[in-house]
Design a protein around this ligand. Structure first.
Ligand SMILES: Cc1cc2nc3c(=O)[nH]c(=O)nc-3n(C[C@H](O)[C@H](O)[C@H](O)COP(=O)(O)OP(=O)(O)OC[C@H]3O[C@@H](n4cnc5c(N)ncnc54)[C@H](O)[C@@H]3O)c2cc1C
Ligand SMILES: NC(=O)c1ccc[n+]([C@@H]2O[C@H](COP(=O)([O-])OP(=O)(O)OC[C@H]3O[C@@H](n4cnc5c(N)ncnc54)[C@H](OP(=O)(O)O)[C@@H]3O)[C@@H](O)[C@H]2O)c1
Length: 443
């Protein structure tokens, strides 16, 4: 029997498990599936941990999410086609839920299937090599400290790419008298109440962590961008300046001449695609981009088509794109989708990479990833979902952010699955200090 290994039980790994589960429910004979998850539970980044550094077994903590994190895009844009928010919560809920609510939603879908028993928890894949037409996987049971080996026909790498921080160095860091941390280790904005905070970066982590610090009472927040400013209308107490030049004692000196006393520096400088456990000739090497090369349809490894990578793109679309990838991968593995010859594979990859390299603004990037997801969607029986509505929502959301970065999370959107409209939340985001599921849903 064909044997499949899935590495990681975050949203991507769970999409893969769900795809097989759905085929089995339709009476199809599915391969043997084993999922390895190095954490004690499922949900990937959405499974919040207070821990930073390493866990009780000495293993690096993968989690990068923090308290008070709310969805940064409308939930309608990531909705599962086969499991709507209305179905899970029994009623329409507002469009920008906090982490705990999305976590509950993700787990709700997989808890219904014959899925959890396929996952080996606390089990870390330490090596993947391809020999004699099989993948040999070595894995460590972290609780017993025992390593084992097993052979598989296909590997699905769903280990995420927002867990290993990219940490640059600036002059003066080693003598800075305050705290320096990467967004990966940021857990609670309360820590920075009354402090002068420097945030470096100009993407989603920089935007959200800067706003969190402001919301929870930082004295000042100064964002240092490198290439392009985010350019939002920042509230009083926040500013965006050009690139940190150096630190001099507790003073941060920027390239545009700005000087700011700082108590803490938060490096929102992104993450590395880091797969040290995969043999080098099978390893995806890329920066964070919308179309990493060498992946046919964004998932099948060009040089060995029994190796699948899920969710390795930079992401506007998330959960339903992961699903489209997983359903496609499942049908490739089960022989329902035939892959073209290597010339056509190469041509297709080059076409998408060339298009990606020409993208200039968020609207074009949204269009690009929507087209990619739609194309994948058409290849399988993943249920109907209105990607045109999702495209429209993403663009509207971008415009809401430009209008007012403090209020975009108070808006409401309609579901691409059920059509129902998210009610306006009882408390505006900037005043909502409690991010629990109970408070969000009740009132
Ligand atoms: C701070 C932050 C906030 C975000 N907010 C949003 C948001 O609001 N909305 C949104 O749609 N997306 C958001 N994202 C994007 C996020 O990437 C996806 O939502 C999603 O978590 C990606 O799923 P994944 O399965 O690819 O990776 P992950 O969620 O990272 O899961 C990967 C899993 O693989 C496991 N693993 C890794 N290596 C191994 C190994 N060697 N052996 C065994 N197991 C392993 C990990 O323990 C983990 O459980 C956010 C990301 C970050 C960093
Ligand atoms: N739900 C939420 O609110 C929330 C919050 C945080 C993150 N997220 C998600 O988390 C994921 C990761 O986002 P991310 O912002 O961490 O990573 P990212 O999108 O990859 O952005 C990395 C940022 O680091 C900057 N950078 C890199 N090296 C630098 C240097 N030496 N000095 C200064 N800046 C540098 C880059 O700037 P250049 O452009 O100049 O290269 C870029 O702005 C995204 O999917 C995002 O949606 C969501």
């Amino acid at each position: 029997m064909t044997k499949i290994a899935i590495i990681g039980a975050g949203p991507c790994g769970l999409s893969m498990l769900r795809a097989f589960d759905q085929a089995e429910k339709k009476g199809e004979k599915i391969p043997e599936v084993v999922c390895f998850e190095k954490q004690a539970d499922w949900g990937g980044l959405w499974n919040y941990s207070w821990r930073t550094g390493s866990d009780q077994y000495g293993d690096p903590v993968p989690n990068s999410m923090y308290r008070y994190l709310w969805s940064n895009g409308p939930k309608e844009c990531l909705e599962f086609a086969d499991y709507s928010f209305d179905e899970h919560f029994g009623k329409p809920i507002p469009s920008f839920p906090p982490r705990a609510v999305l976590y509950d939603y993700i787990l709700g879908r997989v808890s219904k299937g014959n899925i959890k028993n396929k996952i080996k928890f606390n089990t870390k894949v330490t090596s993947v090599v391809f020999k004699n037409d099989k993948f040999e996987i070595s894995y460590l049971d972290k609780t017993s400290d025992a390593t084992s080996k097993d052979n598989f026909d296909y590997i699905v790498v769903a280990s995420g790419h927002f867990s290993v921080p990219f940490i640059p160095e600036y002059e003066g860091m080693s003598s800075f008298p305050g705290r320096i941390l990467h967004s990966h280790d940021f857990r609670d904005a309360e820590e920075f109440r009354g402090k002068n905070v420097i945030v470096l970066g100009s993407s989603y982590s920089a935007e959200d962590i800067a706003l969190q610090c402001h919301k929870y009472g930082a004295n000042s927040v100064t964002i240092g961008y490198r290439h392009n400013p985010m350019g939002f209308k920042w509230p009083k107490g926040m500013k965006e300046v050009h690139y940190l030049d150096r630190l001099d004692g507790k003073k941060a000196i920027f390239k545009d001449g700005t000087e700011q006393d700082a108590d803490a520096i938060i490096l929102c400088t992104g993450y590395l695609h880091h797969f040290p456990f995969i043999d080098e000739n099978l390893r995806l090497k890329t920066r964070n981009r919308l179309y990493p090369p060498k992946l046919y349809k964004g998932v099948v490894w060009q040089d060995n088509q029994k190796l699948i990578y899920l969710g390795m793109q930079d992401q506007f679309h998330t959960f339903n794109m992961f699903d489209c990838q997983a359903w496609f991968a499942r049908d490739v593995i089960m022989g329902k989708i035939k892959l073209p010859n290597s010339d056509e594979i190469s041509k297709d990859i080059n076409k998408w990479v060339a298009m990606e390299e020409k993208l200039e603004n968020p609207d074009q990037m949204i269009d690009f990833q929507t087209e990619y997801t739609k194309e994948l969607h058409e290849t399988s029986d993943y249920p109907k979902i209105d990607f045109e509505l999702i495209r429209k929502h993403f663009k509207e959301w971008e415009h809401h952010k430009v209008e007012n970065i403090l209020t975009y999370r108070n808006k409401s959107f309609s579901s691409p699955v059920t059509g129902s409209v998210g009610p306006i939340h009882h408390t505006p985001w900037s005043e909502a200090m409690d991010d629990s599921l109970k408070t969000f849903l009740n009132k």
